[in-house]
Design a binder for this molecule. Sequence first.
Ligand code: NAD
Length: 248
Amino acid sequence: MGLLEGKTALITGASRGIGREIALKFADQGANIAFSDIVFDDHAKSLEQEINDKGLKVKGFESDASSFAAGEALINDVVEEFGTIDALVNNAGITRDNFLMRMTEADWDLVIKVNLKSIFNLTKAVQRIMLKQRFGSIINMSSVVGVGGNAGQSNYAASKAGLIGFTKSIAQELGSRNIRCNAIAPGFIETEMTAKLPEDVKEKWIKTIPLQRSGAPNDVANIAIFLASDLAGYVTGQVVSVCGGMNM
Ligand code: NAD
């Protein structure tokens, strides 16, 4: 029996990368999967197909996580389709890297809106469902950069640090109703997001990692399974680093 048997999970920004892997691995553990992405493209279609082939209920939704109204509509649509939401993974995120000297206001605003406001949008909308059922696990995707900062990523670091404060506050607000809220802080994980980085930057990063390698989306998905499952029933308000020891 899977660790998430009979549960329904909603994962944002799941067509690609870490979110996609979480959706697939949650399904392997028996969860029904609702997922969203900003565009419903071939990646989203193939994810629906792959999960369908595993014999689980799945539906992808085109939804902008940074929009408050779209977030409310998404939660309503998922509940209508699946009946409930047991786990929410706020995974959607973007980078618009630049040194502060060259960073535009638009790049600051967009990163804060997609990476941080999205978490307010979806968590606020899902809480009434979880409060009613007196059960829920909310997982917010932070980053080692949110803990330690990174030159050239002040907007991204601010968004990822901000969501850690949000996570701990929500853990305190909702803990008495058996709703847990945790953050994952991945290090350097090979996805389209990190494929954009120059090779010399990647090599420099890997030298700082005690395990001496980059991570795979699966490394993050394994921790998400744990946090969504009853194995983590006494774990809330925590930031779990998945970074090969880059941050200690
Ligand atoms: P990715 O770029 O491969 O995938 C992100 C997905 O989010 C894409 O499918 C994209 O279309 C979707 N998305 C973007 N904006 C959206 C929006 N407004 N609404 C809905 N969906 C949207 O990125 P990834 O590497 O898989 O990263 C996933 C999460 O993990 C992000 O929050 C990222 O910041 C975080 N993270 C990644 C790494 C890494 O090394 N890859 C490290 C730390 C944290």
